[in-house]
Every structure is written in structure tokens, then in C-alpha cells.
Ligand binder design. Structure first.
Ligand code: R5P
Length: 293
């Protein structure tokens, strides 16, 4: 088995290759003068099983294109099986067309990956279950919860919170595995597209320690508004467990001011400038285990 690292997250590829005792090849990615990408795999991979690791995070289009080119290169070089690992799969939130004349972008991305010659795709905590239907190749959806749970053990007097309808299944799994109650925040968007949260259903959060479980922190609005709402409903403390740290501009400041008890995020997306109030937990072990199955 050979792990080929795309340029999005070399360190994660190194860690996974180490855990798999597999050879690591760093893809040779360059640009033409007009900025088109040009990739090369500087290794004879004929007859070998390859794992291509690339998060299709910001800059999503470049990372995606690099991934597709690497898959094509691996196919043409005669590899026996190509597994693509996208710890963070970009475009996942565009998984349905809510308006006329819009694409279902995530479905198109799935087709592009397949057409590039990929045999299997492994992603971490897919945004929605419906993404599974977009792929006809083998798909592994790696559950990050085993990374977060130990931080809260022995678990006591917590309420697990879903910050919106989309994360109910995720938070419910956490609640079930920790044997703690679940609360759900009713999130909607107003006519300006701003996130509005007013209601909490399910268990009461009064005098409780809350753990918000979500897949993505992007602008930080969802998680910080959820924390504020829980506090106005009498929560003692609020912690967060988030799989993908997109952290668009301004997110870190919002998180700082929201004063989370603890804020955990995995390293599906490379970030070398995390502030001390955010704790990084590595997904490398769970990805390696999944690849060994
Ligand atoms: C929404 O469906 C996702 O699960 C996240 O809650 C959302 O993408 C987070 O985005 P932001 O941090 O910009 O509120």
C-alpha cells in the first residue's frame, strides 16, 4: 500500500502512512504560468494499491482538481486499486437544490471523483446521509465520535445538543453512546439569510453542562449562537465537538468571545494557527483503522 499526499494536508498523510506502515509519496504538484495545475507521482505504482489523501477544503476548487488529476495519474500508472481519502469533502453542503436552476453540486463532485478512476472513497463525518446515494463506488463514512467521547468521561449531568436539524443524527449518536439526554435547537434563516435560533426542544438545559455536536464550523455563527442561546436558557457551561474546522475569516474571534468551556476540533483540515482555546484532536488513527478494514 502506498499513501500519496496531495498538497492540502501533508502532515495528516504522513501520520496515516506511519500508522499503516505504508510507503509515503508526496505528489509533485506544480503550476503552469497560467496557473493550471500539473501533477506527477514520482514513484512506480504499477500493480500497487494506492491511497490518495486530499481534503477538498479552501481553496476547494484547486484541491479538488489536484485530487482528480492525481487519481487519473494513478489509474494511468497502472495502480491496482485507488482509494481516495477526503477527510473533509468540500461542496458537501450543496447536497440538494433548494431553488430552480441550481446544480446539485455534491452529486456532480461525486461523479467527477468516480470518473477519474477511483475505486473507493473514505470521508470523515459526511455532512448528510444523502451524500452516500451520490456515489456508486464503495464509500466509507468515518465516525469521529470515538475521538471526542473520552474527553467527557466519566460523563455526568451533561446534555448533548444539536445546533440544528441537520446535526440531530450526529448528536443523537453522541447522546446514545454517552447515555446522556439530547436537546435540539431550532435553527432557521431569516429573509436576509441570517441564522436565527430561538427555541430549544427535547431535554431542558437549565443548570446543565452542554456539549454541542456539529460537523462543520465555518463562520462560527451556528456554534456561537447556539452557545449563547443555551446560556440564556440557564446552561452552566457549553463545550463543543466539531469535526471539520473550516474557520472562515472572523470565526476564531467569535469562538473566543463565546467562551466555550472546551472546544474540540479534528484535523481533517490543516490549520497551523489554532489558538489555545481550541483543542485539536487527530483523526489519523480512525482513518488508518478504516483503511485496514
Ligand atoms: C450546517 O448545516 C452545518 O452543519 C454547520 O452547522 C454549518 O455549516 C456551520 O456554518 P457556520 O459556522 O458558518 O455557521
Amino acid at each position: 500500500m502506498i499513501v500519496i499526499a496531495g498538497s492540502s494536508h501533508t502532515q495528516l498523510a504522513i501520520n496515516i502512512a506511519h500508522k499503516l506502515s505504508a510507503e509515503l509519496v508526496i505528489a509533485n504538484t506544480q503550476r503552469f504560468a497560467d496557473q493550471e495545475l500539473k501533477v506527477r507521482i514520482d514513484k512506480d505504482i504499477r500493480g500497487r494499491e494506492v491511497i490518495i489523501l486530499q481534503s477538498t477544503c479552501n481553496p476547494a476548487n484547486d484541491h479538488l482538481m489536484e485530487l482528480l488529476l492525481l487519481a487519473d495519474a494513478a489509474k494511468r500508472a497502472g495502480s491496482s486499486r485507488i482509494t481516495v481519502v477526503t477527510p473533509y469533502l468540500g461542496y458537501s453542503r450543496q447536497n440538494k437544490n433548494s431553488h430552480l436552476h441550481e446544480p446539485t453540486s455534491a452529486s456532480l463532485i461525486a461523479k467527477l471523483i468516480e470518473v477519474a478512476g477511483v475505486d473507493c472513497i473514505a470521508a470523515v463525518d459526511l455532512h448528510s446521509e444523502n451524500l452516500i446515494d451520490f456515489f456508486t463506488i464503495e464509500l466509507r463514512n468515518i465516525n469521529p465520535l470515538p475521538l471526542f467521547l473520552p474527553f467527557f468521561l466519566p460523563i455526568y449531568d451533561y446534555v448533548i445538543v444539536s445546533p440544528d436539524a441537520g446535526s440531530i443524527a450526529r448528536a443523537a449518536k453522541f447522546a446514545e453512546q454517552s447515555n446522556e439526554p439530547l436537546a435540539i435547537i431550532d435553527k432557521s434563516r431569516n429573509h436576509n439569510g441570517e441564522c436565527v435560533m430561538s427555541k430549544i426542544t427535547g431535554n431542558s438545559v437549565l443548570n446543565k453542562n452542554c456539549i454541542i455536536v456539529d460537523d462543520i464550523v465555518d463562520t462560527g455563527t451556528t456554534i456561537c449562537n447556539a452557545a449563547a442561546l443555551l446560556k440564556t436558557h440557564g446552561a452552566n457551561s457549553v463545550a463543543a465537538c466539531v469535526t471539520h474546522g473550516v474557520f472562515s475569516s472572523g470565526a476564531m474571534d467569535k469562538i473566543k468571545h463565546a467562551r466555550f468551556e472546551k472546544f474540540y476540533v479534528t484535523d481533517t483540515i490543516y490549520n497551523n494557527q489554532l489558538p489555545p482555546y481550541i483543542t485539536l484532536v487527530s483523526i489519523a488513527g480512525l482513518i488508518a483503522n478504516s483503511l485496514l478494514k
